[in-house]
Design a protein around this ligand. Sequence first.
Ligand SMILES: Cc1cc2nc3c(=O)[nH]c(=O)nc-3n(C[C@H](O)[C@H](O)[C@H](O)COP(=O)(O)O)c2cc1C
Length: 161
Amino acid sequence: MIENASILFNKITHGVYVIGVANGSEQNAFTAAWVMQVSFEPPMIAFSINPEHYSYKLLQASGVCTVNVLGQDHLAIAAHFGRSGVKEKMTTYCWQAGKSEAPVLADSLAYFDCKLSHFSDAGDHKIAVCEVINSAELNSGWPLLYSQTGNMDGSSDLYKT
Ligand SMILES: Cc1cc2nc3c(=O)[nH]c(=O)nc-3n(C[C@H](O)[C@H](O)[C@H](O)COP(=O)(O)O)c2cc1C
């Protein structure tokens, strides 16, 4: 048990990303902060995903995803993709299919198109370890920081204190 867990964990620096997933003709995306580069060669990215997310089912089935980097002006995008059970979640913002077929968000600063390597267990989440197969810068700007999203993800209630 950690005292003031939500305050202490908020001191760990994260950016804010939209993880795009697709399986066949179906696409979805969710906002994620727990994302990091984990290898130079091959280039790899890992992110933590709650297995109850709808996106997890698509990722598990297809093994493809994109990691889209949000910028300072993208709080509304973070909030949109941070909601679950949204009907037609993919119709509000422009996207196109990447090389992997997973959706690339046109507004993002940069994207990484990925193939899932494997999942590892991490408590109530799974770590998706992915190989980057394509990437590009789409727009200029400074990345959005997780600390700037306040309690948008409702995480302050999730720590057992
Ligand atoms: C700022 C922010 C950061 C988030 N970070 C993560 C994360 O790193 N991992 C995760 O599994 N969910 C994270 N979430 C929660 C998901 O985005 C949210 O539950 C989403 O609705 C899941 O969508 P889906 O069920 O359509 O896949 C975050 C939400 C917000 C707003």
